[in-house]
Design a protein. Structure first.
Length: 256
């Protein structure tokens, strides 16, 4: 993508302080967009904003995306949003029969309700201006099931349902809504999964990482940059006919 492809557009990226969100923010700025990073970890956001500030205009706001008032306050400070990337999320695992209600509610509150709250804040302005791109970073967990991740899978399936419903409602208003569904991606989230596997099974970190990589037919973990490239393609003005889609970035693990 050239450095002016997104010129004059303002993008908001939740969970933009690290991992996939940071990679997405980098590509959006490099393509000419001004970017606001949202997240809970102030130091990460500040550091990332300073780093990306050498490429273009970058700001940040602290937010708890699962809290309605916090989301409303953050978006009220952001100004008009042309591109919304709902990337923030959390993943916890537990056998279904031992899962407590707090874990279930936490997975839905952050991953699903947080996406809903951010969409609800950004969508009205997009429809008024006749242009918008909403890109929900879901997961292959939105397309299939994973053992010990029932709450996470349920939340991400919900994100995909929300994506498809919104896409139909907004199809004639110049706004597209799509989901990007990465497989296991080399981020801090996967590093935590590796540590959990090591603690519970006694395998080495290398063995645990290999186990996750084998879910991908290419035999590797997805890289954050690969997810970012897909998101930025959807964000372009010229991607207006792509709507209501779930685009898997997983080496062929899932096919739809």
């Amino acid at each position: 993508m050239n450095e002016t492809a997104l010129q004059d557009l303002h993008a908001v990226v939740t969970g933009g302080g690290s991992g996939i969100g940071a990679a997405i923010a980098h590509d959006l700025v490099a393509a000419g967009a001004s970017v606001t990073l949202l997240g809970r970890h102030v130091e990460r956001l500040r550091e990332q904003a300073q780093k990306l500030g050498t490429l273009g205009r970058v700001d940040w706001r602290e937010v708890d995306i699962g809290d309605e008032a916090s989301v409303q306050r953050a978006f009220g400070q952001c100004g008009p949003v042309d591109i919304l990337v709902n990337n923030a999320g959390v993943a916890e695992t537990a056998p279904f029969q031992r899962m407590d209600l707090a874990t279930w509610q936490r997975m839905l509150q952050v991953n699903l309700t947080g996406t809903f709250l951010c969409c609800r804040e950004a969508a009205p302005g997009m429809t008024e201006r006749g242009f918008g791109r909403i890109i929900n970073v879901a997961s292959t967990a939105a397309l299939t099931g994973y053992a010990y991740a029932a709450a996470y899978c349920a939340a991400k399936h919900g994100v995909l349902g929300l994506t498809r419903a919104m896409a139909l409602e907004m199809a004639r208003k110049g706004v597209t809504v799509n989901a990007v569904c990465p497989g296991y991606t080399e981020t801090a989230l996967v590093e935590r999964s590796i540590r959990t596997i090591v603690a519970k099974t006694g395998r080495t970190p290398a063995e645990a990482k290999s186990q996750l990589a084998q879910a991908n037919p290419q035999g590797r973990l997805v890289q954050p940059q690969e997810v970012a490239s897909t998101v930025c393609w959807l964000a372009q003005r010229g991607s207006g006919s792509v709507n209501g889609q779930a685009i898997a970035v997983c080496g062929g693990e899932t096919m739809c």
